[in-house]
Write a protein that binds this ligand. Sequence first.
Ligand code: ADP
Length: 276
Amino acid sequence: FVDAAGKATRWMGTVTDIHDKKTGEEELRAQARRKDEFLAMLAHELRNPLAPISNAAQLLSMAAHDPQRVRQSSEVIIRQVRHMTSLVDDLLDVSRVKRGLVQLERERVDIKSVVASAVEQARPLVEARRHALDLHVDAAGGWVHGDRIRLVQVIANLLNNAAKYTAQGGRIALSVVPAGDAGQDAVAISVRDNGIGIDRTVLPHVFELFTQAERTPDRSQGGLGLGLALVHSLVQLHGGRVEAHSEGLGMGSTFTVTLPTVKGAPVAAAGRQAIP
Ligand code: ADP
């Protein structure tokens, strides 16, 4: 989408669309560069926790008689290992999705409960960064034929990004509204923040693997640029689409996931979890 001044304000589409926007050679070079940058970043992210782990292990071996030091060192090791594990899990997840190895476990899913679970997952980061979270869920909600766990992962990812890329004490708004879509009933789930925003040169690439734009100044919110690529692939697998919108740096961002809904009253199949 382009505004009156010819500025891209919104991007929607698939990677194929993105290819069409650039000459093939230019795009290939950009992809190769992003991959190189990604490898450097990956090495960095995996190496970073090793020094504190090694220090803590040394302290442990020397201070076995000091319970407080043992506890502190153990906590460092547990925290750093957890961080490394989640990075490696994300990598494995992306690689499996990209190779088409992820099968959706579809069932009739209430999007309201998906949103509630995603909010629970993202709450620790939202609260740690003292953001206000506004929820607007249309009473009608919507039922989707999808994989509950994967849908929660998609929305939680967007909420965590909103929390990461917004200065402390910001505002995040999550809304769920019906969205009629070319004759197909749909539901639109939007996550809006008033954070650092996304530069218009980066906007068309945010869903591509390895894309990373503005970092928080201290890199405290480091990641690998995998999350949105995963979001994009998972939403596509559900027959939906995801759009990113930002007026530019400093102007906040909005991510909207639109999913086709299924009609009719839900039927609680035998042996399945009862649907509220
Ligand atoms: P990661 O967060 O690990 O870097 P993502 O794929 O989730 O990877 O996001 C890719 C990039 O898109 C981020 O590095 C960031 O620059 C940008 N981004 C994502 N969400 C937001 C947001 N809500 N506000 C501003 N920038 C964002």
